[in-house]
Design a protein around this ligand. Structure first.
Ligand code: PLP
Length: 421
């Protein structure tokens, strides 16, 4: 346990939580964001805070503004906000749309639902496509449904299509290129807005190739940073739309930020130390190579799914074509409260797992295997899950560890790297 203030009895909601385990070793932060922050990034962030109008800052600003484009695979501007991902969601909508505009959104899970609620609050008119009940939360975006809806919109009242790339509440990574093709096939001029807050730097993402107009992302997932930075990668079409969009915006407005960014500065005080961290994260990711980063995520995710299958528990994502490399959602059997399993694991093994969100509350837990994660971290994570499930009395078909270990041992790193090259 890293922080001594937690090493005491404390009250949380109605429970007095006793953290009486030996506080040795590291906490296992296996939630799908925030993900563990590597020491290299923590050290970079500990440099003294500098003058955000001075010459050194300008050099840092230009480096991160240029470097982040490689991660989004774009040659167009990327806006960096000192805000959580939710702020960048708001920025994407308010910069491009006007009050009452219809936006077509797709219900893949809790985060898609939150973005839709935000659109309501901002005075937009969101239309929510999706499958009813829990089924829609077990698969990805259905591009054909989007195409059909756009074809029916002869007057072009729909101004934007908004989808979540990696739905962190379920463990599903949707096919964004297919949604682009659907918009084009319908010959519809709507803007294309994508949330890849948890997908960026974990799963392949191509802002330019996929013709995305605004890509929203955040710092605390694949980028391995603490929370507090978020992004809008934008297109020329989005910039054009921002010139006539009527939703009020001030802090989020792209025009002033783009003007300041030309010389590496911001119109207000940016989060200097997090930007040191971003600079370090970019170095780390680009040194490893984006394709190798993606291959590492795919491999860990596959090992995790094999363990879950061996346990005999259902994976939340029911469509293997859209399994997420970021996290795996594990459904608990009928009558087993997944939050109780998580509590056991937290108290006994000092490991945090993601909770079931929204419709899935208490029905599943989420294992994060993103960012700064390697083979042994995953094996330890699966070991903690397996012991916790046993303590909680969940019947398992078999141990998942030998299966995951056999896969990781046979799929050598070299082979995976060559495969990705
Ligand atoms: C984490 C996350 C968000 C919310 O970001 P915050 O930084 O918590 O505001 C939104 N969408 C997705 C897909 C996420 O994973």
């Amino acid at each position: 346990m890293a922080y001594s203030f937690l090493n005491a009895k404390y009250k949380w909601r109605n429970d007095v939580i006793k953290l009486d385990f030996h506080p040795a070793g590291r906490h296992f932060l296996q939630i799908p964001g925030p993900s563990p922050v590597p020491d290299r990034i923590l050290r970079a962030m500990s440099y003294p805070t500098i003058d955000h109008r001075g010459p050194e800052f300008g050099a840092l600003g230009l480096k991160v503004l240029e470097g982040i484009k490689k991660i989004f695979k774009t040659k167009q501007p990327v806006i960096i906000y000192p805000a959580s991902g939710t702020g960048a969601w708001e920025a994407a909508l308010t910069n491009t749309l006007s009050p009452g505009d219809t936006v077509l959104m797709f219900e893949t899970g809790h985060f898609a639902s939150l973005w839709k609620t935000m659109a309501d609050r901002l005075g937009l008119n969101p239309e929510f496509l999706g499958l009813p009940g829990i089924e829609g939360w077990r698969g990805g975006v259905n591009a054909q449904m989007i195409e059909e809806r756009l074809r029916a919109d002869k007057e072009h009242t729909i101004k934007a299509v908004c989808v979540v790339h990696n739905e962190t509440s379920t463990g599903v990574t949707s096919d964004i290129a297919a949604v682009r093709r659907a918009i084009d096939a319908a010959g519809h001029p709507a803007l294309f807005l994508v949330d890849t807050i948890s997908g960026l730097a974990c799963a392949d993402y191509r802002h330019d190739d996929w013709g995305v107009d605004v890509t929203v992302s955040g710092s605390q997932k694949g980028l391995m940073l603490p929370p507090g930075i978020s992004f809008n990668a934008i297109s020329q079409k989005a910039i054009e739309a921002s010139k006539t969009a009527k939703l009020p915006r001030a802090f989020w407005a792209w025009d002033e930020i783009l003007a300041s960014n030309k010389t590496g500065y911001w119109p207000y005080t940016p989060n200097t130390n997090l930007l040191y961290g971003l600079s370090e994260a970019l170095d780390m990711i680009l040194e490893e190579g984006l394709d190798n980063v993606f291959a590492r995520h795919d491999r860990l995710a596959e090992a995790c799914r094999r363990a879950v299958n061996a346990w005999g528990l259902p994976i939340q994502c029911a469509d293997p074509a859209v399994y997420s490399p970021v996290l795996t959602g594990v459904m608990t059997p009928e009558g087993v409260d997944a939050d109780r399993v998580r509590k056991v694991i937290y108290e006994r093994f000092d490991m945090s797992l993601g909770m079931g969100l929204g419709k899935m509350k208490g029905r599943m837990f989420r294992i994060g295997h993103l960012g700064d994660c390697n083979d042994l971290m995953l094996i330890a994570t699966l070991g903690g899950c397996e012991m916790g499930l046993q303590i909680a009395g969940v019947p398992l078909a078999a141990s998942g560890l030998p299966v995951a270990m056999a896969y990781l041992a046979s799929e050598s790193k070299e082979r995976t790297l060559k495969h990705a090259a």
